[in-house]
Structures are given as C-alpha cells and as structure tokens.
Design a protein around this ligand. Sequence first.
Ligand code: AP5
Length: 210
Amino acid sequence: MKIILFGAPGSGKGTQAADLCGRLKIAKISLGDILREEVKKGTGLGKELKGYMDKGLLVPDEVVAKVIEGNLNSKGFVLDGYPRNLNQAKTLDGIFKKNNINYDVFVNIYVDEQTIINRLSKRRVCKQCGAIYHLVNMPPQKEGICDKCAGALIQRDDDKPEVIKKRWEVFQKESKQVLDFYKTQKKFLEVDGCENKEKIFEAITKKIGQ
Ligand code: AP5
C-alpha cells in the first residue's frame, strides 16, 4: 500500500501516518522527521535546514527531492509531508514513473486556521521516539512523559506562534496547485481533519479497502 498524506501544518498527517503504518505494517516516510534528524546531527546541511525550518519556510526543492528519492521503496509506504508545491508533485510523479511505483491514494486532510493554531500551540512530541501528543486532545497518561517509551515530551522549535503563522501562509500559497494536480486522478480522497482521529483513520482505510 502506498499512501500520500497532504494537509496544512497540524492537520494530523503525522498522527494518521503513525496509525496507518501500525495497521498496514509499512514504512513511514515523514519528511519533517528526516529533516529534523539531520538538524539534530548538527552537520553543515543540518544547520542550513534549520535556517529554513525555524522560519517556517520550505526547504529548497532540490534538497528535499534527493531525500525523498533515497527513502522511497516500492513495497509500501505512508508519505507524510511531500509534496508541498507543484514542482515537488511533478518531481514525485517522475520518481514514481522511473521506479515503476503506483501509489494507491492521495489524502487531503483539510482544517481551518484556528484549529491549526490550537493544535500546534498545544502539541508535544516525544524527544526519543517521536510520538505525537496534544495537551488537551490527546494528552499523555503522565504529564511530560511519553506513554510508549517514557521519553521526555518537548515542544517543537517551529511550534511558536509567529512560525505557525508563517507555515500556514506558506501552505495557503502552495496548496491549491498541488490539489489541482491530484484532484484529476481517481485516487484522490478528501477528509475533514477536524473529525476525531479514529474517524479520519476509518475514512482512509475504507478508501483503500483495508
Ligand atoms: P513537518 O514536520 O512535516 O511539519 P508540518 O507539515 O508543518 O506538519 P506538522 O508535523 O506540524 O503537523 P501534522 O499535520 O503532522 O499534524 P500532527 O499529526 O502532528 O515539516 C516541518 C518543516 O520541515 C517544514 O515547515 C519545512 O521547513 C520542512 N519541510 C518538510 N517537508 C518539506 C517539503 N516537502 N519541502 C520543503 N520543506 C519541507 O498533529 C498536530 C497536533 O494535533 C498534535 O498535537 C496532535 O495530537 C493533534 N491532532 C492530530 N489529529 C487530531 C485530531 N483528529 N483531532 C484532534 N487533535 C488532533
């Protein structure tokens, strides 16, 4: 199964990606996670990436294209966070064709701006395993501690109010062209990201017959 998840920052892509990978036993390719790993290493590339990410800007297309091509496999995946603009959509199409990969569904998870602000300002992630929480919607059992691995829960550097605003603006500017690109294909699915996470998961798995 090959799933592409699309949506604004905070729409719930990472949350759904984790659940889908758990159910379908396929790889999670989260571009944001891969980039953050590089930042953590403190390499020259990592420092360059951080410069874009901390401002809420997209990393240049040519950089992320290499990352994606190196991580895709033909067995199955949930792709979270790529593509984000028309150029990336075309690049991905080219990579699929070159490697004989047919994706199964493109999921657009749509949400409004106020929901995004509320979700991202109260999001916490596990420093160790990357599990995603929300202080109100999906709190951990013990405050500040990951239910899955007991790691410390932290706030992401780009979840500051001014950066959230910028990320939303970037999404608004780029998203329509991406959606137009995929809407013409029968594999397009749209889900309301304001629904609870179980309902969204059910809509996606129903569409792909799982
Ligand atoms: P990335 O890490 O991908 O960030 P994003 O797209 O901004 O998305 P988020 O991870 O913030 O949100 P999400 O949709 O995964 O929501 P989540 O499940 O966590 O990218 C970070 C940066 O990397 C970018 O800004 C850019 O600089 C760079 N980058 C990445 N991809 C790139 C690309 N292709 N090209 C160039 N640069 C790129 O949920 C959010 C919160 O809501 C959580 O607290 C969660 O618990 C809660 N929640 C989730 N679902 C629900 C629900 N149904 N109901 C209630 N609460 C929910």
